[in-house]
Design a protein around this ligand. Structure first.
Ligand code: NAD
Length: 527
């Protein structure tokens, strides 16, 4: 990658006239950094609000034809995108690593998800968005054919974070596109490059219709996008989510919010401790703990607490941290955003100062870049920030609990409600605990796995969000519903309930309603 001082084109889309203007001297831009050492990869031009409006208008102009080609027509382009990703996977993985600091195995998750999700949505979309026939509950209305029709909103905006830059933008755009929408993505200004490259390829290499665009920048660009689109999906922090919701209220733009989490894990005394330990290490540290559904709090029953903590420390001490290129020789990479390292560091110091034991890790890496060691903290409690605030870093705090009831109470003692895990000897016991946890998902004897079951809704309770991705709702949210009533039989010139009114007609209607809604023959007949 070059280290350009001149801003690069924002979107890479052909015919995006202001790209040229923005790369001229004096144009606003931001720099994208390599988290492994803090050096500059390149700068990216900021899309101003008028430029955002222009891009959305362009997407809007292309959308009707995209809708009109139907599922089969769209399938063709989506499958071309899938094949392009397959052909360019190594290059995309490298690009992703460079801008995020991920290890190779974590970077590769992004393409894997998109490949699977394209096939899922092109296969399932037609079924999930098929017209639904509704049989009226009132027999008299059965002379109509009643249908629910799913129609795309038009232009969907996506504002996305830096932890999974492609999954949470292009990945979430897939069902919107399959449903017949155009999509404009505003990637995180921390990690926009791989998304820009995919949008470039959609236009220049695949030659697909003009329905997938990227605009770049921070809050101003994002705000302009909210103003212009017909539906907005936001993925990011709770704090920004609230700002987005307020902004969307100004135009009454429907939104879904995928926000932060503080996901608990409960380990019961009869659980398979080795599996629970391995799951905790991975669920807490994959992607350096920067996953909204990372395991961020572990509650372990007293009789197995010491064994669990010892084994978890030993496991985490075996992990290799570093920049592994394409060698798959490290498990934990850098963190992606410098301010996040500060948050993690502050929470660990707060726990340490309050008497928690840092068993391994617990400090920043030496030298430049955004490094924080994989960390296990024992003997924490709910007075500590690390158990109450989102950490979003490679830190696993473990708390001793007297029993399952206390574990459930503590697991629910949070303003978040994104995900959770339970490890129990008997999966049926795990399910009983899972059904009492206040969160959008619970994996029994597993971690994170629900994200790969695309038929399951994925979204948060409480302050973790509004709406879901995945499942039937994950694609239907990108559509308006239209209710149709269509006559089946020849029709009279007028209906009894239409004008003119008369005492005789209204009396008959009244008797009819009584007959239909009262219970018991005498009562129905008004006797
Ligand atoms: P963030 O809220 O700082 O930024 C997210 C996006 O919002 C970025 O694109 C940013 O440019 C944009 N933005 C910033 N200010 C804005 C404003 N005033 N109006 C509109 N948009 C604005 O979040 P982040 O630091 O990029 O990501 C980390 C957060 O994302 C964590 O809280 C994490 O839990 C959450 N997250 C949630 C999910 C989920 O599915 N629930 C998934 C991944 C990440």
């Amino acid at each position: 990658m070059e280290s350009a001082t001149q801003p690069e084109a924002g979107t890479g889309q052909p015919g995006a006239t202001t790209n040229g203007d923005q790369t001229s001297e004096g144009a606003a831009s931001f720099e994208v950094l390599r988290p492994v050492d803090g050096s500059v990869i390149r700068s990216v031009a900021i899309d101003s609000p008028p430029r955002v409006a222009e891009t959305v208008a362009r997407a809007r102009a292309a959308q009707p034809a995209w809708e009109a080609i139907g599922f089969d027509g769209r399938r063709r382009w989506m499958e071309e995108l899938r094949d392009w990703i397959l052909d360019n996977q190594d290059r995309l993985d490298s690009m992703m690593q460079e801008e995020t600091g991920k290890v190779r195995a974590d970077a590769a998750l992004e393409a894997f998800y998109c490949l699977d999700a394209i096939n899922f949505w092109v296969d399932q979309g037609p079924r999930l968005l098929a017209d639904e026939i509704v049989t009226p509950h009132v027999a008299l209305l059965r002379a109509k054919r009643n249908k629910i029709v799913y129609r795309p909103f038009g232009v969907v905006g996506m504002i996305s974070p830096w932890n999974f830059p492609v999954i949470l933008s292009v990945g979430d755009a897939l069902p919107a596109l399959v449903a017949g929408n155009a999509v404009v993505i505003k990637p995180s200004e921390v990690t926009p490059l791989t998304v820009i490259e995919i949008a470039r390829a959609w236009h220049e290499e695949i030659g697909a219709p003009d329905v997938l665009h990227v605009v770049n920048g921070g809050a101003e660009t994002a705000g302009a996008l909210i103003d212009e689109v017909d539906y907005l999906q936001f993925t990011g922090s709770e704090r920004t989510g609230k700002i987005v919701m307020k902004r969307a209220a100004e135009t009454l733009t429907p939104i879904s919010l995928e926000l932060g989490g503080k996901d608990p894990m409960i380990v019961t005394r009869d659980a398979d401790i080795d599996r629970a330990v391995n799951a905790t290490a991975w669920g807490g540290l994959v992607n350096s703990g920067q996953i909204c559904i990372s395991i961020e709090r572990v509650y372990v029953e007293e009789p197995v607490y010491d064994e669990f903590v010892d084994k978890l420390r030993a496991k985490v001490e075996t992990l290799r941290q570093g920049a592994d290129g394409d060698t798959y020789s490290a498990e934990v990479g850098a963190m992606t955003s410098p301010p996040q390292v500060e948050i993690v560091s502050e929470q660990v110091e707060d726990a340490r100062a309050s008497g928690a034991r840092v068993l391994t890790g617990g400090k920043r890496g030496d030298g430049p870049g955004d490094w924080y060691e994989p960390t296990v903290i024992a003997d924490v409690d709910h007075s500590m920030k690390v158990m109450r605030e989102e950490t979003f870093g490679p830190v696993i705090p473990v708390m001793r609990v007297a029993g399952v009831e206390q574990a459930i109470e503590l697991a629910n003692d949070t303003s978040y409600g994104l995900g959770s895990s339970v490890f129990a000897g008997d999966p049926a016991d795990g399910e009983r605990i899972a059904r009492r946890i206040e969160a959008g998902h619970c994996n029994v004897n597993d971690v994170l796995v629900n994200y790969n079951v695309l038929g399951l809704p994925m979204g948060g309770w409480k302050n973790s969000g509004i709406g879901v991705r995945h499942g039937a709702q994950g694609i239907r949210r990108f559509c308006r519903t239209e209710a149709l009533t269509i006559p089946r039989l020849p029709q009279a010139k007028s209906e009894p309930v239409w004008f003119p009114y008369s005492a005789r007609k209204r009396g008959a209607v009244r008797r009819l309603y009584r007959f239909l809604n009262a219970r018991g023959l005498r009562n129905r007949l008004g006797l």
